[in-house]
Design a protein around this ligand. Structure first.
Ligand code: EPU
Length: 418
């Protein structure tokens, strides 16, 4: 077991380069299985979730050649298995994307139920509804989700709620189906657009990604391509909040500022200065944060994956802030950890009432999931004294070179084995 030891209280300053987007990568890699020849995927984040997906693809029969830590050449032509066991995917959430990808490739898929961070119930009923609308029969056999179809046919699919996962999975199953699929009430996240751009670069015919109606006209064949993944909106947001929370001055490079608008809006409200450039943003804060209200929503709303980080900053704001979680049932487990550092936060259902205090106290805290882990790191960085963050394997799932990047910004953070 490893942990981070952080000597906090130092403002972050300098420049940090953002990696490729985790949630785009975990959709684009399974999508490679739909091609009939080699793809080169660039700007892959070097994180454990990507390693796991590549290993799973290799076990399915794909040939993987890591050209460097951020580039993989993948030849899917030898893929002959349609089964992803729990051991292969380690219960990762994105393993559900193998359902859509294998169904689209082979008309059958057998995948262990997806796991992932625990924010309460994480159903896949909308994914299944989509597959069934296209003609698949979906059953549960020996704790595995099994999808089978004679052929997949396009259909009209209305999603009951905005879901990233179901939007991705239906796109994957539909690109090689017969006829037109229409996804109504589709998710609009930047990684949905990235997946559509990738599939189109292989020869797919997808229109409307980035709006709430996506139309997919099935094609017979997808060919290999070279594609570079977009920058990670949430990694960028995490460094932006870390800069503000430590009263620092950080330029965050290799970002798409358009994807960061809701985060920029909240940082401005909290008193930070934010400058935007073509592919960079500079965040500067020279005061105690001001209170603000945050409500997470599907894109373009404030991302739920930034909720723990901003709440952590608001724990030392002037006045009382209200943070409302609008996506997940239970994404406030980390608040018990922040309370170990003295935070005054009470949770009522989907709302957290945050009474800002002058400063947190250093303590030993746990990463309860990936973004909660990032929030604990921010808590440590903004607090004088020694904070220990445990269970950091969660953080490895989604942040490339966190220690190196923060050290370059002047942080005192070390990874140690327990
Ligand atoms: N939902 C259903 N039925 C479904 C699918 C979803 O009820 O069939 C509900 C969920 O319970 C949730 C809401 O719809 O309340 C949204 O879920 P969504 O499907 O959008 O989430 P996801 O695809 O499982 C992805 C990200 C999460 C991120 C959410 C929301 C990946 C691999 N994961 O999850 O990212 O929180 O979208 O933006 O893309 C993270 O990166 O830390 C992370 C957890």
């Amino acid at each position: 077991m490893e942990k981070y030891i952080i000597e906090g209280g130092k403002p972050l300053s300098g420049e940090v380069h953002i990696s490729g987007a985790k949630n785009a990568a975990v959709a684009i890699l399974p999508a490679v299985l739909l091609a009939d020849s080699t793809c080169v995927i660039e700007n892959l984040p070097d994180i454990s979730d990507v390693d796991l997906i590549l290993k799973t693809m290799a076990k399915l029969g794909a040939k993987i050649n890591r050209l460097d830590e951020n580039t993989a050449e993948i030849d899917p032509s030898g893929v002959n298995s349609y089964i992803v066991t729990k051991d292969m995917s380690s219960g990762m959430r994105a393993s559900s994307y193998f359902l859509g990808a294998l169904l689209g490739r082979m008309n059958k898929a057998k995948v262990a139920p997806p796991g992932g961070c625990d924010f309460g119930v994480r159903p896949i009923d909308q994914h299944i509804k989509g597959f069934e609308a296209m003609g698949a029969v979906v059953t549960i056999e020996n704790d595995m989700v099994v999808c089978r179809a004679n052929e997949l046919n396009g259909n009209y699919i209305y999603l009951d709620m905005v879901t990233v996962g179901a939007t991705v999975n239906i796109m994957l199953a539909a690109v090689r189906a017969k006829g037109m699929t229409v996804i109504e009430n589709a998710a609009r996240e930047p990684h949905i657009v990235d997946l559509a751009n990738f599939l189109n670069s292989m020869g797919a015919n997808i229109m409307g990604a980035g709006t709430n109606v996506i139309k997919i006209r099935g094609v017979d064949k997808l060919s290999g391509t070279a594609y570079s993944i977009i920058p990670d909106q949430i990694e960028a947001g995490t460094y932006m909040v870390a800069a503000a929370a430590t009263k620092g001055d950080v330029t965050i490079t290799n970002v798409t500022p358009k994807h960061l608008e809701s985060i920029i809006a909240k940082l401005l409200e909290s008193g930070a200065t934010v400058q935007q450039f073509d592919e960079a943003v500079r965040v500067k804060m020279d005061r105690r944060p001001k209170r603000c209200q945050v409500k997470t929503m599907p894109h373009p709303g404030f991302p739920t994956d930034m909720q723990p980080q901003i709440t952590t900053m608001l724990s030392v704001a002037e006045g009382e802030s209200v943070v409302t979680e609008g996506v997940w049932d239970n994404r406030f487990r980390y608040i018990e950890e922040l309370k170990k550092m003295g935070a005054e936060i009470s949770v009522e259902g989907k709302r957290a009432l945050v009474t800002g205090i002058e400063a947190l106290n250093p303590a030993t805290v746990n990463a309860t999931d990936l973004r909660a882990g990032a929030a604990m790191v921010i808590a440590g960085l903004m607090t004088e004294g020694k904070t220990t963050v445990q269970n950091i394997e969660y953080i490895d799932r989604g942040y490339e070179n966190l220690v190196e990047k923060l050290t370059k910004l002047g942080a005192d953070i070390h990874r140690v084995s327990e």
